[in-house]
Design a protein around this ligand. Structure first.
Ligand code: SAM
Length: 263
């Protein structure tokens, strides 16, 4: 079955939908990597800069570049006051526009499942990071139900619809990530699971977050008023059987890191 691709056309809506999650899980990921200050960073699939902000605020990079193929995401990132020193480039993870050994650290936060050929993306990160440097990624455990809006997608299924899915959803399994890092020649490979929670003030807060975002929001935009209203009622009943309280969702991601060997 060919599914519609997920489109990243609105950096602000992305921030509400996924940027908040990105910073929650991303902080855990960065604490685990424990980077030194003064390094040359590359943020692959930097999107609207949600995660890039964490690097800039905490790790005093010597330099930092971010690449992403979505101009809308990059436009949002470029206007962020904290990100003025970041070199944002419109590019694809599978063909990084940088020479060999240009960075000390390459990170790929919430992106690997969007890369049509993940092995090529990991090989590119390993190429542009100098020997002794780090190549790391984390991504929602899509196959294991770790996507934070899994219940939204399941409820779409219950009304005969489906949310768009990333092209390489299976790449976020821990065994697949391990194979990808090994195949790219990385050494000292370690992985871990990250669990996070986010609380929405009420159902409307969650609903408007989903409606504006990529993923399920794209499907909702194609449904008529009656269908949307039926879906909304079903989702609300599943999430808030007792009505009227904050809603907490949880997400589970897999993280992996490896070191570039001497060449
Ligand atoms: C879920 S967002 C993650 C953004 C950011 N890293 C974060 O943590 O918020 C996925 C991003 O991957 C980007 N993307 C999609 N295909 C890509 C590719 N082939 N190479 C690099 N980035 C890609 C999208 O444009 C989008 O900004």
């Amino acid at each position: 079955m060919t599914r519609e691709p997920i489109r990243f056309t609105d950096g602000a809506a992305y921030d509400r939908f996924m940027g908040v999650w990105s910073r929650l899980a991303g902080q855990d990921f960065l604490d685990w990597i424990a980077p030194q200050p003064g390094q040359r960073w590359l943020d692959v699939g930097c999107g609207n800069g949600a995660f890039t902000q964490l690097i800039v605020k905490q790790y005093e990079p010597f330099s930092i570049a971010g690449i992403d193929p979505s101009e809308a995401q990059l436009a949002f990132a470029r206007q962020h006051p904290i990100l003025q020193g970041v070199d944002f480039v419109n590019a694809d993870a599978m063909a990084l526009p940088f020479p060999d050994d240009a960075f000390d650290l390459a990170v790929m936060p919430l992106v690997i499942f969007f890369v049509p050929e993940p092995a090529q993306g990991v090989a590119e990160m390993a190429r542009v990071v100098a020997a002794g440097g780090t190549v790391a990624a984390y991504a929602w455990d899509m196959d294991g139900g770790g996507f934070p809006y899994q219940i939204v997608n399941e409820t779409l299924g219950a009304v005969g619809r489906s949310a768009p899915m990333p092209p390489s959803a299976g790449s976020s399994r821990l065994d697949v990530l391990g194979d990808l890092w090994t195949t790219a020649g990385l050494i000292g490979i370690q992985s871990k699971t990250i669990e996070v929670e986010r609380t929405f003030a009420d159902f409307d807060d969650l609903w408007n977050t989903v409606l504006g975002g990529p993923s399920a929001g794209q499907t909702l935009a194609t449904m008529n008023e009656q269908e949307v209203s039926r879906f909304r009622e079903l989702l609300e009943a599943r999430l808030q059987p007792a009505g009227g309280s904050p809603i907490t969702l949880s997400g589970r991601a897999h993280a992996i890191r490896g070191t570039v060997a001497e060449r």
